[in-house]
Design a protein around this ligand. Sequence first.
Ligand code: NAP
Length: 247
Amino acid sequence: MFELNGKVALVTGANTGIGLETVITLAKQGADIIINYLHDEEKAEAALAKVKSYGVEAILIKADVSSMEQCKEMFEKIKEHFGKIDIVVNNAGITKDNLIIKMSEDDFDKVVNVNLKGVWNVCKIATKLMIKKRTGRIINMSSVVGFMGNAGQTNYATTKAGLIGLTKSLAKEVGIRNITVNAVAPGFIESLMTDVLGEDVKEYFKKNIPLGVLGKPEDIAKAVVFLASDEAKYITGQTIHVNGGLI
Ligand code: NAP
């Protein structure tokens, strides 16, 4: 089940958190891996060593997904090294939280550029390659916040809701070429992104999560691997909610 031998998978923002767990889980299923990251070289090197320990081929590519130019360079490197791309997981994401009356325009633009435009950039290039091969899997990392909203996150929630429209539209464009496009919407997951939340906020969410605990990156990675696998070949334009029952 979920066997990915011979597949090549790119995960953006894969040196830590959900992305790191995703590359590890894909590698365990036999996929060769491209680990994209932007800032933390040390974590990227550690992620590379971990992924390679599963006996797959893996490379690191430093690139800012919000830059179309850097995305093009990233895919040139992927083509040179692997000659194809089978699975793309658009996981890179940032937060810059504040109430709208205090949020700067720059903090709105930055979050939109990475979380939404970045996914569009990667999808635009990846689909071209996938269309030629008549096969592909794209998985976009949305969020529970895109569905329920969250005070202080008008920028972030906008991007995560927007990704659902992007996912559904692209699924309709490329379905005929045997490419599926789906989203995973995590709830509150233990990672650097949620480490910064106060204990009171974490307690509030735990009380409102029917399963009573925050999720772990591996909970998300498993849903991604399912969508990337042949077992999910008739699923497209959908969102899998992995949130302990929060919504
Ligand atoms: P995280 O630990 O903060 O990791 C974010 C990753 O994105 C890092 O690898 C970071 O790389 C990378 N990144 C940031 N800006 C980038 C850019 N411009 N270009 C390329 N890579 C970039 O976050 P996480 O919690 O694992 O979240 C991963 C995804 O899940 C995000 O899209 C997030 O919105 C979504 N999500 C998370 C939660 C949660 O509770 N944690 C819930 C719902 C959705 P560097 O460190 O090198 O900058």
